[in-house]
Design a binder for this molecule. Structure first.
Ligand SMILES: [Zn+2]
Length: 206
């Protein structure tokens, strides 16, 4: 098992699927910095880390924060698994319809069901990737962190119903636990190409 280079190889895979895909730093973009400022205002100071702490796919470009270079290879890989889902969604729904649903359906804040559904699908992939590279326990530990993402200001209170988020999390984990137990959890092909097996786990903390 080797953990070296899985994120670079997965980036290559993404570029194969989405030839226009680019990776850029938010700090280098006036537009991204302006979005960060706007989010700080509309969330009443609740979301202050859009530029420094969040990675965002927008119209085929992954805008990364300062922290990208200090992340471990495994963490970058897990993040890219999430962001690839957003690229697939944009291809499925169209960039503009997806953006409208993401930002405004039915409301931009508080009841952003469209955004919550789009993020649910991507965070399910985050959990699956975590199980693949770090094991079930690492994924289980994300429960309160993930709940906070959905009910708090980070995504402008997109679905502020903690019990609904917990139920979704438990169902997603139950599916992964079942797949792991029955041996049907197939590792993503980049991991397999690096010789990972279901028993291999990367560093438990990052
Ligand atoms: Zn996302």
């Amino acid at each position: 098992m080797t953990g070296a280079g899985i994120s670079d190889d997965f980036l290559r895979k993404i570029r194969g699927e989405f030839p226009a895909f680019r990776l850029r730093y938010k700090r280098d973009s006036l537009v991204q910095r302006a979005i960060g400022t706007a989010l700080r205002i509309v969330t009443f100071g609740g979301m202050t880390t859009y530029v420094s702490g969040y990675h965002t796919v927008m119209a085929g470009t992954l805008w990364v924060s300062e922290g990208w270079t200090s992340m471990t290879d495994c963490d970058r890989y897990v993040l890219l698994r999430h962001e690839r889902v957003h690229l697939q969604q944009a291809r499925r729904y169209g960039v503009l319809p997806m953006a409208l649903v993401y930002l405004f359906f039915p409301l931009p804040f508080g009841l952003a069901y469209g955004r919550a559904r789009i993020e649910w699908e991507a965070y399910e992939e985050t959990l699956r990737a975590l199980v693949e590279v770090r094991g079930l326990d690492a994924a289980r530990k994300q429960k309160s962190w993930l709940r906070a993402r959905f009910v708090g200001p980070d995504y402008a209170w997109m679905w502020p119903f903690p019990s609904a988020i917990d139920r979704w999390f438990d169902e997603a984990m139950a599916k992964l636990e079942e797949a792991e137990k029955s041996g049907t959890l197939v590792l993503e092909e980049t991991l397999r190409a690096h010789g990972w097996t279901r028993e291999d786990k990367g560093p438990s903390s990052a």
